[in-house]
Design a protein around this ligand. Structure first.
Ligand code: FES
Length: 158
């Protein structure tokens, strides 16, 4: 983490972060469902977005979520070697460090974006990761991009 990225740390008193979680249909989304049916509680801060594979999460989606008010973004996929589309999670694994670098360049703490491999049978692990990530983002404070005046939204369709 750079000094710049750490400079935005806040105590997070009373702050409830909004987390967007892009979860692979076959593994992490199923783990979140398992957590639900097992009656494990995880923070309500998480808004799950089911995707077919972590590899389809374009970095643009992550940036868009951050621009639109998410304080953190969780990416969840199948363990390496278990991707239902063979190489999707390899691509995700390569992309995320690049995304972290881009965030640092923009002065955004890269800890706001977290990648985890969580299989369908790991409901308890999903809960653990969700709670840990919410606590981490709470410590970071609100996303500085939130409500930025340069954000003019999505360009209109032509
Ligand atoms: S199908 Fe789960 S990461 Fe690709």
């Amino acid at each position: 983490m750079s000094d710049k990225a750490g400079a935005g740390e806040a105590t997070g008193d009373g702050f409830e972060p909004r987390i967007v979680a892009f979860l692979c249909n076959w593994c992490t989304s199923a783990a979140a469902d398992l957590a639900g049916v097992s009656r494990f509680k995880y923070p309500a801060n998480i808004t799950p977005v089911r995707v077919m594979c972590s590899g389809m999460v374009d970095p643009f989606y992550v940036m868009y979520a951050l621009r639109k008010g998410a304080d953190g973004v969780l990416l969840g996929g199948c363990h390496i070697g278990d991707c239902h589309y063979l190489t999707g999670n390899w691509q995700t694994e390569k992309r995320v460090p690049l995304l972290h670098k881009a965030l640092e360049t923009l002065g955004i703490d890269p800890r706001r974006v977290r990648l985890e491999w969580i299989s369908a049978s790991e409901g308890a692990r999903f809960v653990e990761v969700a709670a840990e990530f919410v606590a981490d983002v709470k410590r970071l404070g609100p996303n500085p991009l939130k409500g930025a005046s340069h954000d003019r939204g999505t360009p209109p369709a032509l």
